[in-house]
Structures are given as structure tokens and as C-alpha cells.
Write a protein that binds this ligand. Structure first.
Ligand SMILES: [Zn+2]
Length: 314
């Protein structure tokens, strides 16, 4: 059973996404559907790594099924199309990316540098990601492991993961030292190998098809959640959540993003200071920014709670 270095074999065929490649947004591979009703902007992304096919199968399934949001908007994005185009099951790791790992480029300065295919593509995707209130970024794993969801450290993200209920395993990760997360939802699955191997070191057989199935279940759970929300709403008096709250949510998410960028900026400067005075000045600035970020996140949690209450008709 134990064959530590058994080569991985791909059992999942590459999906034909040609009919869905153009998108409807003017950006290749990006679809956006607007319900015309106030609500969250929800985004589901796949193929940040070109050889991780499960997400592409899931998005293709959603597009073929004609899934549409009942409120807010739904954005579906095939991210690294150029890498995916090179997918070869005999040499799958080669199509993970072309120039650079796309999941290390989600910083404004890297995207703005525009000096690799992944950085240019990330920059094109950036406006869609920035608008998203909820983002589900689908990756595959190389090793046998239970399906899992990475949430980042924010309590409101953990709460959302619990509400979704699938997958059952939620990993609260601190993100990459490299600091390039795609909002709080996007993180790198492979980073958690060490944790996962403890739970799954009996076999290294490819579980790709199994994981794909679980991912589809996850999407289905999200759809069910959206559907029951709509049902619950129908049974309530006709009071839709105020548009105003969604605007406030978007504003605070933007504010949070800018604070995180400012903190990252100060942290990288701090490492380069040689005088104590300069270090102390930056440390004070960092402390102030951390305080603002904490207050911003508290406000975000309050807004989320208000939205939940209104959507549930209380
Ligand atoms: Zn990945």
C-alpha cells in the first residue's frame, strides 16, 4: 500500500472549455451574470494553476447548467488559460504556469510590473477580484487528502465556510509569507501538505477524480445555500436588504485591501532600515495601521451581520 514515490497518474481528462472560453465581459475566460437585484458580488475562479483541472470542470458544469444569481452578481473566471492550453497529462506539472506561479503575483506592484504572462493576466483579472464580496478559488491537490477549504484568519470567512458546510474540513491558514493572497479566500493548497500528510500518509494514489467530485458537491452546496436563501426570502415580507449595506460592505472591503497593502509596504521597508530612529518610526506607523485594520474588520463583521439579519428577514 505504501509506495512513497509512486508516480502520479492523471485519471481526470482535461475539460473542453472551448465553448466557454470567450466569456461575456470583454475579458477572455471571464463570465459575469447580474441578477439586477441588490446583493453580493460572488466570484468563483479556477485554473489559477493550469494543471488543476477540477475547478475548470466545476465552472464548465455551472456554465452548462445555466446557473444564474437571484441577487447580486456571479462571476466565473478561468484564470491561467495560457498555461491550461499546454496541459499534458504525461507532464502535468509543466502546465502549472508558464513564466511565474500566478498565485504569487496578487500584489499591485507585481501585477503593475507587467513583466510576465502571469502578471499581465492577473492584472486583467484584478478588477473582477476587487469587486468580489465572496470569492471561491478552486485548486486541486497533488496528494491524497480530504477536500478542504482554506479561509485565512478572518472570523467572518470562517463563519462563511461553516455555513457552506462543504467541504467539512476547514483550514484556517495565515497565508503565505510571500504575502500574495487573492483577497482572504485565495490561498495555496499545496502549502498545507505537511498538515495533510499526517492525516493521509497511507497512500499517494492519485485522487483527482475523487476531489473533482467533492468540488462539484461543494459548488452544489453553495447553490443550495443560495436557493434556500431565496426561499426564505419569499416567505418573508417584501423587505429586500438595503442596497446601502452592500455599498458599505464594498467600501469597507476596499478599505481593508488598501490597509493590508500599506502594512505590507511598511513591513518590507522595515526590513531595509539601518537606523533605530527610522525603524521606530515605521513601527509606530505599523501599529497605527494595524489598529485601523482591526477596526475596519470589526466594522466589516458588523455589516455582514446586518446583511445576514436582513436577508433572513429579521
Ligand atoms: Zn493550485
Amino acid at each position: 500500500m505504501m509506495s512513497t514515490h509512486a508516480p502520479l497518474t492523471f485519471t481526470l481528462p482535461a475539460p473542453d472549455i472551448a465553448p466557454w472560453r470567450a466569456g461575456n465581459t470583454g475579458t477572455e475566460g471571464v463570465w459575469k451574470f447580474d441578477s439586477g437585484q441588490p446583493g453580493r458580488d460572488v466570484m468563483i475562479s479556477a485554473l489559477v494553476h493550469g494543471n488543476e483541472l477540477c475547478g475548470a470542470w466545476a465552472l464548465k458544469g455551472l456554465l452548462e447548467a445555466g446557473v444564474r444569481p437571484q441577487r447580486g452578481t456571479l462571476t466565473l473566471a478561468f484564470c491561467n488559460l495560457e498555461a491550461f492550453d499546454r496541459f499534458d497529462p504525461q507532464n502535468h506539472d509543466a502546465s502549472r504556469f508558464i513564466d511565474q506561479d500566478m498565485n504569487r503575483q496578487w500584489l499591485d506592484e507585481r501585477m503593475d510590473a507587467s513583466d510576465s504572462r502571469e502578471r499581465r493576466r492577473s492584472a486583467v483579472l484584478r478588477p473582477f477580484i476587487e469587486r468580489a464580496a465572496w470569492l471561491l478559488d478552486i485548486h486541486s491537490m497533488h496528494e491524497r487528502a480530504a477536500p478542504l477549504l482554506l479561509t485565512g484568519m478572518q472570523p467572518r470567512n470562517r463563519d462563511l465556510a461553516r455555513q457552506m458546510g462543504a467541504p467539512a474540513n476547514i483550514v484556517v491558514d495565515a497565508g503565505h509569507k510571500d504575502g500574495t493572497r487573492l483577497r482572504d479566500y485565495l490561498a495555496e493548497v499545496e502549502k498545507n501538505f505537511a498538515q495533510l500528510q499526517n492525516a493521509a500518509n497511507d497512500s499517494r494514489a492519485s485522487q483527482v477524480a475523487f476531489l473533482a467530485e467533492k468540488l462539484v458537491a461543494q459548488i452544489a452546496a453553495l447553490q443550495r445555500e443560495l436557493a434556500t436563501q431565496a426561499l426564505r426570502r419569499k416567505n418573508q415580507p417584501k423587505e429586500a436588504p438595503e442596497v446601502d449595506l452592500y455599498h458599505k460592505l464594498a467600501e469597507h472591503q476596499d478599505y481593508e485591501r488598501r490597509l493590508i497593502a500599506m502594512i505590507q509596504d511598511r513591513e518590507s521597508l522595515l526590513g531595509r532600515q539601518t537606523t533605530l530612529a527610522a525603524q521606530q518610526k515605521l513601527q509606530h506607523e505599523l501599529a497605527a495601521l494595524e489598529g485601523r485594520l482591526m477596526r475596519c474588520r470589526q466594522a466589516l463583521a458588523r455589516i455582514e451581520r446586518n446583511i445576514e439579519r436582513k436577508e433572513n428577514g429579521f
